[in-house]
Write a protein that binds this ligand. Structure first.
Ligand code: PEP
Length: 255
């Protein structure tokens, strides 16, 4: 059985003080209590240290939202996997905002995946098609291509080494989530792709999340799907009540 994983991507929101206040509020509402779900928060870089300190000794994991692929050197403004490894267990890589606003290619994402794994961080690798690609019936080709290229030359001893997040770009921050059936179908396809590369046992172990306008209103239906192993949550992760409700609903749907 795969333990579902719910991760909150705070994006470029919260000052240091706001981040600390949000963690305290989340903890007051049950963050870290056993819900049968792995719980992860991904604050902005500058709050990672404070958030990690507040969560020290709890089962809650901390994730970064991005990183560079080199461990140190003359890369002004970048943050390395080595730096993150002191503070986090997870790192979101290839988020569609990184791909489409900052021009990250599959090749760049691939280098980051390798660097994260090399440093002991678990990547949450994001893939997903844009609206025009979906409308042109290219979802399968785009998503499978992103998975294959982002994992090219990546060695995995176990399926637990990576989490994949299927996030259709048109569903992110729009309030328009994919239907549970559609999301499950694409995630099944991603699992087949992983099986093709690494074999069935790794594919069966690997957790594949859905992301895109997940809220307490749609979490149960999405999480009840066989192949969906949790969610990457953006907007709703900034509302403590909603995030914790999604965690509880995921636990119940999978329990
Ligand atoms: C995200 O940023 O990964 C995301 C899924 O955002 P939202 O939940 O707001 O759509």
């Amino acid at each position: 059985m795969r333990t579902p994983i719910i991760a909150g991507n705070w994006k470029m929101n919260t000052t240091l003080e706001e981040a600390k206040a949000l963690v305290r509020e989340l903890m007051a509402k049950g963050l870290g209590q056993d819900a049968g779900v792995e719980q992860v928060v991904c604050p902005p870089f500058i709050s990672l240290s404070a958030v990690a300190e507040l969560l020290w000794g709890t089962p809650v994991k901390v994730g970064a939202q991005n990183m560079y692929s080199e461990s140190k050197g003359a890369y002004t403004g970048e943050v390395s996997p080595l730096m993150l490894s002191e503070l986090c267990q997870y790192v979101i890589l290839g988020h569609s905002e990184r791909r489409h606003i900052f021009g990250e290619s599959n090749q760049v994402v691939n280098a980051k995946v390798k660097a994260a794994l090399h440093t002991g961080l678990t990547p949450i690798l994001c893939v997903g098609e844009r609206l025009e690609e979906r409308e042109a019936n290219r979802t399968q080709e785009v998503v499978v291509g992103q998975v294959q290229k982002s994992l090219e030359g990546v060695t995995l001893a176990t399926g637990k080494g990576i989490v994949i997040a299927y996030e259709p770009v048109w569903a992110i921050g729009t309030g328009l989530a994919a239907t549970a059936g559609d999301a499950n179908q694409v995630i099944g396809l991603i699992r087949d792709t992983v099986a093709h590369i690494y074999g069935d046992s790794i594919a069966v172990e690997m957790r594949i999340q859905y992301g895109g306008s997940v809220t307490p209103a749609n979490a149960t239906e999405l999480m009840a799907q066989r192949d969906i192993d949790g969610a990457l949550v953006g907007g709703a992760s900034l509302k403590a009540e909603d995030f914790m409700e999604i965690v509880r609903l995921a636990g119940r749907a999978k329990g």
